[in-house]
Design a protein around this ligand. Structure first.
Ligand SMILES: C[S@@+](CC[C@H](N)C(=O)[O-])C[C@H]1O[C@@H](n2cnc3c(N)ncnc32)[C@H](O)[C@@H]1O
Length: 364
């Protein structure tokens, strides 16, 4: 290698490292905002006081002491442990360390700091969240209104066009050929519809069914169908647990949504029933490990638990008895176990080097 080439490679590596460090700093502030909100929630609900001088506690023990819902407390405790506000002790026990007592749990102390946290998020959102700690019931995506649907649409369009269509679909066994010839595809939990639109445009001989229980999402996708004059894309307001019609699909896609479902096992059973015998279920879900302690290496873990409390686990608890998997709940072990339980026999994990997500090709 010539010296000039080596120099250019070194400069590129340095620029990339500098950008990564900078991104870490910027996202660190975003995470801090979420942790601050959850300190506010902890203070308002009396959680720090309940944990003071109590040693390591489980979520069930904290629930008994406070009268709040154990699953919501567990997600909050995990967030606080990821943020190093609580100390984690395997398995699933959490402690407010002695040095934290005056700062977070003793309003009379000179060191008390918890009352300087004002929530930082819209008060209606925080009030709703705290009500969920009391009732156990979360909120649906639909209850967030129409504006929430398009929050990440620009990013989803880029990923669909630049990654899913040209890189991921060809990596699935035989799927690209089927789509080119003309296949029936369901995008379940389609959200803003960016992927359904990209597939309909890339594979004009195929028919795409975009479905989501959120009527605001489907109204948005209907607008895209009209805007792009897409004759091969139809929409349905429907949950995965009860897919519309009786068609059997060549490809069913669930991107970033199984962990949001109140009954994911029923949904997976329905997907199994509605796939053709040689069909493919293509899953994208959050990259996570089965054990909480293994996830602690993720520097953005606390922020991810805040997404769970505000959105994902909330949706997954939005009906009584909801499974409540939450943002980090559909890890490879659980995904494989639930798939096999539903009758799938082939399960392959695909790692597209996406730092936030893992992918699975699952077949009957
Ligand atoms: C994080 S969004 C992902 C949307 C889209 N798949 C994407 O990748 O951008 C999660 C979606 O799951 C949907 N969802 C929640 N519960 C569902 C269920 N039981 N069946 C199907 N979709 C569901 C929500 O309405 C929401 O649109």
């Amino acid at each position: 290698m010539r010296d000039a080439d080596a120099g250019a490679i070194e400069a590129m590596a340095q620029a990339k490292a500098a950008q990564q460090a900078y991104a870490g700093r910027v996202w660190g502030y975003r995470q801090a905002e979420a942790v601050a909100a959850m300190i506010y929630v902890g203070r308002e609900l009396g959680l720090f006081e309940a944990m003071a001088d109590a040693g390591p506690m489980s979520a069930d023990e904290l629930a008994t002491k406070t009268g709040l819902h154990s699953r919501w407390l567990l997600e909050w405790m995990r967030l606080q442990a990821a943020a190093k506000i609580l100390v984690y002790e395997p398995v699933d026990r959490f402690m407010l360390p002695p040095e934290a007592t005056d700062i977070l749990a003793r309003p009379a102390s000179r060191a008390y700091a918890a009352d300087s946290f004002t929530g930082g998020y819209p008060m209606e959102q925080l009030t709703g969240l705290m009500e969920s700690f009391r009732t156990g019931i979360g909120k649906t995506y639909e209850s967030d209104g129409p504006c929430a649907v398009t929050k990440s649409e620009a990013r989803h369009i880029k990923t669909a066009r630049n990654q899913v269509v040209p890189v991921m679909i060809p990596a699935l066994d035989g799927v690209q050929e089927k789509l080119e010839r003309g296949a029936l595809v369901a995008d379940v939990g389609c959200g803003d519809g960016a992927l359904a639109v990209a597939l309909a445009q890339a594979f004009p001989r195929s028919t795409i069914h975009a479905m989501d229980p959120n009527a605001h999402a489907i109204a948005h996708v209907d607008g895209l169908v009209r805007q792009h004059a897409l004759a091969n894309l139809s929409t349905f307001v429907a949950p995965a647990e009860n897919l519309p019609g009786e068609d059997r699909y060549d490809l069913i896609i669930t991107f970033d949504c199984v962990h949001d479902m109140t009954d994911p096992q029923a949904a997976i059973g329905e997907i199994h029933r509605r796939l053709k015998p040689d069909g493919t279920w293509f899953i994208k879900d959050i990259r996570s490990k089965p054990n909480f302690e293994d996830n602690l290496r993720n520097p953005m873990l606390a922020m991810m638990y805040s997404f769970s409390l505000f959105t994902c686990m909330s949706s997954a608890m939005s009906a009584p008895g909801g499974a409540g998997l939450g943002t980090l709940g559909f890890n490879p072990e659980i995904a494989e176990r639930m798939s096999r339980q539903a009758g799938f026999t082939r399960f392959r994990m695909l790692d597209f080097k996406d730092p936030g997500n893992l992918y699975y090709e699952v077949r009957p």
